[in-house]
Design a protein around this ligand. Structure first.
Ligand code: NAP
Length: 351
């Protein structure tokens, strides 16, 4: 029997992946989505199914979800078995996990098939393309849409690695409410919008939040800067970097050693948690040498205003190809573009 060849396989399950799936399924391309595997490694690196939005709380800037109670709507739109995966209903607007469940459900409603597994290897050298999953599944596909997104960066210190899950985190929203952080001093590393957002969020739990920033000016937007500078529980430690996470096996993190970037020496800051907010890395390791990337590992779009990659028939959408806008709505937009590009390209191939 001839091997089954999928018309389009979508890798990734953030807004780009689900939007691509909604459009591809409505175009009768019967998409197969690899939404990612539920593994400890993925949990640690922030690459579980549903992507980065599943690690956030309120989403206030996704059009179509103004503040309001989502409860009734979610109960009638999400399949019963999936409702428990979401945090309790938000009273004001939609949350990240809720938005992702809604998108996943919408894709499933149009017949998208979903596999809870990672694609770990690809062969784009011949057509149909070959994909291999973590669990060993082999799939052949005429077209592939990469929507694997990006993940948070860490400083890369051995002491930081040692205390992951015991005070070191890159997601305040996921971990900030844990008892170890309540009414205790906390540290956020970074000076961008994410750092301010994390510090602001953590200030609801910690006694004080120190933002450790390597320069004398924040990178964050004006509105976010104001939010940080006006918050009496946030103190910025200008011109400093963390050079060691302090702690012990029993208590986890007890503080950080910071070193001045302007020659003012080192000092220890007491804290029960350190949250990294120093940017992101695209999830493209499995594509190294297979598709063209920029110097930071983001996939390159090779045709203006299109989601084409360096391999014909392979398209990229969302944060995996975008280190500039990086918004849920832009990811969804490029997911739509990738599905339309794939549909039109497949038509030129007679598929
Ligand atoms: P970002 O803008 O790239 O900021 C990263 C911050 O981390 C910078 O302040 C950078 O310092 C610092 N940093 C990077 N590597 C470091 C290292 N090894 N050691 C110490 N500090 C380091 O990243 P982001 O804050 O995640 O934001 C990314 C994009 O998402 C931006 O476009 C942002 O506007 C957007 N965003 C928006 C919102 C919002 O509007 N609500 C929220 C979050 C993110 P330098 O400043 O010295 O480079």
């Amino acid at each position: 029997m001839a091997e089954k060849v999928e018309k389009v396989v979508i890798i990734g399950s953030g807004p780009a992946g689900w939007t691509a799936a909604i459009y591809a399924s409505r175009a009768a391309l019967e998409p197969l989505v690899f939404e990612g595997a539920i593994t400890e490694e993925n949990r640690m690196s922030g690459t579980l199914p549903l992507g980065q939005l599943a690690l956030t709380t309120e989403v206030e800037n996704y059009p179509g979800f103004p503040a309001g109670n989502m409860e009734g709507y979610l109960d009638t739109s999400i399949a019963e078995g999936r409702r428990s995966t979401m945090a309790p209903h938000q009273k004001e607007g939609v949350s990240g996990p809720e938005l992702m469940e809604l998108m996943r459900q919408q894709a499933a409603n149009f017949g998208t098939r979903i596999v809870t597994d990672d694609i770990v290897d690809v062969d784009f050298s011949t057509r149909p393309f070959k994909l291999k999953s973590l669990e060993g599944q082999q799939v052949a596909a005429h077209a592939v849409i990469i929507a694997t997104g990006a993940r948070a960066n860490y400083l890369g210190l051995p002491s930081e690695d040692n205390f992951k899950n015991r005070g070191v985190s890159a997601c305040a929203v996921c971990d900030g409410a844990l008892p170890r952080f309540r009414n205790k001093p906390l540290v956020v590393v970074g000076g961008g919008d994410s750092a301010v957002e994390e510090a602001d969020y953590l200030s609801k739990f910690g006694s004080i939040v120190y933002m450790v920033h390597r320069r004398d000016a924040l990178r964050a937007s004006k509105i976010m800067q104001d939010r940080a500078l006006k918050n009496k529980k946030i103190e910025v430690l200008w011109n400093t970097v963390v050079d060691e996470v302090l702690g012990d096996d029993k208590t986890g993190v007890t503080g950080v050693r910071i070193v001045s970037t302007v020659g003012e020496g080192t000092r220890d800051v007491e804290a029960t948690g350190m949250f990294c907010a120093i940017g992101h890395t695209p999830n493209t390791t499995f594509l190294k040498g297979k598709l063209e990337m920029n110097e930071k590992g983001y996939l390159k779009w090779t045709k203006a205003q299109r989601t084409y990659t360096s391999v014909e028939g392979v398209f990229a959408a969302g944060d995996v190809a975008d280190d500039y806008y990086r918004q849920a709505v832009t990811a969804a937009g490029t997911g739509c573009m990738a599905a339309l590009d794939a549909e039109r390209w497949l038509a030129t191939q007679g598929i």
